[in-house]
Design a protein around this ligand. Structure first.
Ligand code: ACO
Ligand code: ZN
Length: 176
């Protein structure tokens, strides 16, 4: 299915349930903050979400199912050393945080949010590649990213506050 980059888009999940992907709006703030707190140890103050919404509105995606917000993907675009073309600078999409509530997992929601978010970073904010950090123990997320064409580009020792290392994973956006 062609993924739209403007407006709400309805999808049929693998189990027949329907969900909608759309841009984050301010009314979603408390739901997104609560999903983030439920599914990840890395939590941020409200202003951090608001700032990403203000700066990169088209690339802050939420998923709604049965009238409930069940997932979000928040992104930004940065300029710096490329993970793909070593020694060159690039506009890099940065997947800051993605999460889906447990009862809505394995339905393809994260996959479709990732595709929309990556395409939006390329189309609206000139991103040439995309990267993210992920805990080395986070097998579900690492599998998701590998399936989407990401490769491990580096490892940051003790990146997380509990001492765990992060992988940096990256992919080009040239083919997307
Ligand atoms: N075990 C193994 N592989 C998995 C798992 C799992 N538990 N979950 C997803 N995958 C892989 C599978 O290959 C899956 O395809 P399949 O279901 O056909 O086998 C593929 O990823 C796509 O899965 P989706 O259904 O699109 O992913 P989902 O909507 O369930 O969300 C996510 C995945 C976001 C990782 C979810 O499990 C979650 O919210 N986890 C907790 C929060 C988290 O870890 N976020 C990422 C942190 S890193 C960062 O934010 C940059
Ligand atoms: Zn990051």
């Amino acid at each position: 299915m062609e993924i739209l980059l403007e407006g709400p888009q309805e999808f049929a999940a693998k189990d027949g349930r329907r969900y909608v992907l759309r841009e984050f709006r301010m009314a979603d703030l408390s739901s997104v903050v609560s999903i983030n707190r439920r599914v990840l140890p890395e939590n941020y103050p409200e202003w951090f979400f608001v700032e990403h919404h203000m700066s990169f509105p088209k690339a802050f995606i939420v998923a709604e199912m049965g009238g409930e917000l069940v997932g979000y993907m928040m992104n930004r675009v940065e300029y710096g050393w490329s993970y793909i073309n070593k020694g060159k600078a690039a506009h890099k999409g940065h997947v800051v945080s993605i999460g889906v509530l447990p009862h809505a997992r394995r339905l393809g929601i994260a996959t479709n949010m990732m595709i929309r978010g990556m395409k939006a970073m390329k189309k609206f904010y000139e991103a040439e590649e995309v990267f993210l950090e992920v805990r080395v123990s986070n097998t579900p997320a690492i599998s998701l990213y590998k399936k989407l064409g990401y490769e491990i580009a580096g490892r940051i020792p003790r990146y997380y506050s509990d001492g765990e290392d992060a992988y940096i994973m990256a992919r080009t956006l040239a083919d997307l």
